[in-house]
Design a binder for this molecule. Sequence first.
Ligand code: AMP
Ligand code: MN
Length: 326
Amino acid sequence: MDLKTARQIVDALKQSDRILITSHVDPDGDSVGSQLALYDYVTSLGKIAAIFGQGTIPSKYLFLNGIDKIVTDSSNAVFDADTAVVLEATSIERIGKVKRMLTQGMRIVNIDHHIGNSNYGDLNLVDESASSVGELLYKILKLDGFRMHRETAEKLYTAILTDTGRFHFASTTPDALRIAAELVEAGARPRVITDKIYFSMSAEQTRVIGEMMCNAELVHQGRMCVMSLTEEMVEARGLSFADFEGAVEYSMYVKSVEVGMLFKSVGDNCTKVSIRSRSSFDVAALARRFGGGGHVNAAGATIMMPFEAAKKALVESAGEVFSAND
Ligand code: AMP
Ligand code: MN
């Protein structure tokens, strides 16, 4: 982590009075945990802060202390801030409707760990080697001697746990593990948090996942798994797509699979794809071809194409990469 920029961020936050915190649309564990932890920090400094986002918070994160502080429908929200901290967003477009709230003269602080971040901030702390934004925030808070209590520790633990795929991905570095250990020392409860996030589904959720797995297709000689979730499948059980955040993980359960994809039909002409890989197959590069982004082994894109056409295009595109690499 670039210490100079981190110190500048601490100074900037201290000089601010009103701080707007935001992250990418359709929040995940890193964005939710990091936003809440940053809120704890800046309010401990006596600042007025507010968190604005877009998209439903997956119910598995609702146990986090202060979760109700996140405004999930920011369409008509107003907050007069001097500084905006944008977490986990490769480009400013990723914050969706909240972009409208970043008015001229506001200082923008960009903290991210994605490849290809466009450095849209006045201060940019972009560290691709960090497991999560939660890890970067932990280091920033430590720099300033923030006294970590259990609530904040659990938010940062959630960020690191979920973004490393439960300490599974290559981003599970010594630093990530050391920080996780320090968070546990500060009171974070691994058993409780993992249970809440990964083992608290409703029976309906497991049924939909069963259906999704039954219908999964293995293509490219079993090297790729394609799964689908449609609005009908989800709504038939009274659920929403937010109940399936992270479900792409199931596409990697088969040993031969190098690339896994989960397609969600978000509308007639809009398809969201989540992509994972376990090899050197760069799924961020693949996602970028479709206007998305992410990391080498975890990426995504929102494609303005009908469901079947988007699937076909991605499968073909991945096939080209397999051929080129062979
Ligand atoms: P997901 O599959 O939604 O869990 O996202 C995996 C990774 O890809 C995360 O690091 C996201 O930030 C990134 N990502 C997902 N969707 C998009 C998108 N539409 N544009 C850019 N990056 C994305
Ligand atoms: Mn992240």
